[in-house]
Ligand binder design. Structure first.
Ligand code: GDP
Length: 183
């Protein structure tokens, strides 16, 4: 979806202004491939152009071309919704398509720095989203953990408060709580 903060997140992951951030929904962008070094993980991030809100009816049909190619080539898909907007009809269609692709989906809700509207989020069938604020750098440690499941680590993660705070809190590692409360 446009305007959920994908470009902002790409900028934060890439650590430079590699992607253009638009304030106008639906601004057409080409698929961008960016080599990222993030938290000791090296990977290629493909930022797909969003789907326009106005074309919800034909959204599924429009999941062709570049986006389908990107999905087919990807080892993992990062699906981002806008936590303030909550789940939209477009999110439901995209979530369904991503689930059907059979690829692992990392599910995140951006703009979580303030009030959120995520009551309906389990209906997407993707579990609990990682709560991010690309703008404020919130949730990046959790995103790194999720990415690490799909990316071989090339360097140790940098020691910082975010990861240090998680040390010693590994007792739940082997148990996948389906109804994990908000953290
Ligand atoms: P994209 O279309 O998904 O790539 O979205 P952009 O990265 O262009 O961001 C769309 C708008 O959301 C911009 O005005 C951003 O400044 C804003 N934005 C991005 N991330 C956040 C966030 O974490 N919190 C808030 N409040 N706004 C954000």
């Amino acid at each position: 979806r446009p305007n959920v903060g994908k470009s902002r997140l790409v900028n934060r992951l890439a650590g430079r202004h590699a992607a253009i951030v638009h304030d106008t929904p639906g601004v057409t962008r080409d698929r961008q491939a960016i080599e990222v070094e993030f938290d000791g993980l090296s990977f290629r991030l493909i930022d797909t152009a969003g789907f326009e809100e106005a074309a919800i009816g034909s959204l599924a049909a429009r999941m062709t071309g570049q986006t389908l190619t990107a999905i087919a080539e990807a080892d993992a898909l990062l699906f981002i919704i806008d936590a303030r907007d909550g789940v939209t009809a477009g999110d439901e269609i995209i979530a369904q398509a991503l689930r059907r692709s059979g690829k692992p989906v990392i599910f995140a809700a951006n703009k979580c720095e303030g009030r959120t509207n995520l009551e309906e989020v389990y209906g997407l069938g993707l579990g609990e989203p990682i709560r991010l604020s690309a703008e404020h750098g919130i949730g990046m440690g959790e995103l790194a953990e999720a990415l690490e499941e799909h990316i071989p680590r090339t360097a140790p993660p940098p020691e910082d408060e975010d990861t240090a705070a998680e040390d010693g809190a590994d007792e739940t590692e082997d148990y996948d709580y389906p109804d994990k409360p908000l953290r």
